[in-house]
Design a protein around this ligand. Structure first.
Ligand code: SF4
Ligand code: SF4
Length: 248
């Protein structure tokens, strides 16, 4: 009797899963959608195990290198143990502040609720492009599952599922010739809603079009380490911060 109940519940759950899969993959039969989902889960597991294995291996190498380097620097009197402790403490405090994911893994921006959806931002970008050079397209953000599924947005393979940036620091979808968005119709919702108007990281004086060169050079210059990049989410009300993005 118990077994029958469990099986009955399992069948019900399977049917529900098939229905949900089919709903998320229009044009596919429920069975094909389930096969597609299974493949993605399998690939996702492979990614996770590979990433963890490689990370452990690299951590061992980095650990030996760092300890060796610290010992050599202290032995030569170049730094003291106190210098090292202070520097470590500063970095530990800085990392969560820039929304860097706390561990190796993938981040997905949670789906928006109706309550979160707001009108697209209205900034006259054309009038400002000669000054800003679309610097907002250097800000970081994770894509939502829905945006990833569209297939038209590229994510950073080295840091799934953050939007992909090129070596110049700009989003890969930024049209370098015009500064515009080459995927405008499909641009992520976070880009649609972002307004630089009250973003004092970008502008010292929005009306006078005075950029905050100090902040931009400190945080978004091309050579800046990836860990110190900053998020677009910080200036959009009701948007979950990246630290709150789902960690896979
Ligand atoms: S949103 Fe602001 S920073 Fe971005 S392109 Fe438009 S004017 Fe420039
Ligand atoms: S998707 Fe478009 S608007 Fe968004 S950051 Fe990239 S280029 Fe800019």
């Amino acid at each position: 009797m118990t077994a029958k109940t469990v099986n009955g519940e399992e069948n019900e759950m399977n049917e529900q899963l098939v229905t949900e899969c089919a709903a998320g993959a229009p044009g596919l039969s429920p069975e094909a959608a389930l096969i597609q989902l299974e493949r993605q889960i399998e690939r996702g597991s492979l990614f996770t195990h590979t990433a963890l294995g490689r990370t452990t291996e690299r951590l061992g190498e980095v650990e030996s290198f760092v300890y060796g380097l610290i010992d050599a620097l202290i032995a030569k009197g170049i730094v003291s143990s106190d210098d090292i402790s202070t520097a470590m403490k500063n970095i530990q405090e800085l990392m969560p502040g820039v929304g860097e994911p706390p561990m190796i893994g993938a981040a997905i921006r949670p789906a928006e609720t109706e309550q979160d959806s707001s009108e697209p931002a209205t900034v006259d970008c054309d009038a400002r492009m000669h000054i800003c050079h679309s610097v907002c397209c250097k800000l970081d953000f994770a894509l939502s599952a829905q945006e990833i599924e569209t297939g038209s947005l590229k994510w950073d393979l080295g840091r799934p599922y953050f939007i992909r940036h090129e070596a110049d620091g700009l989003c890969t979808h930024n049209d370098r010739a015009t500064g515009g968005c080459s995927v405008y119709a499909d641009r992520p919702s976070i880009c649609r809603k972002y307004s630089c108007e009250h973003d004092d990281r970008i502008w010292k004086d929005f009306e006078r079009m005075e950029l905050n060169h100090e902040w931009l050079s400190e945080h978004l210059s091309e050579s800046r380490p990836r860990a110190l990049r900053v998020l677009m989410q910080n200036r959009i009300p009701n948007q979950p911060r990246c630290g709150e993005a789902a960690q896979l």
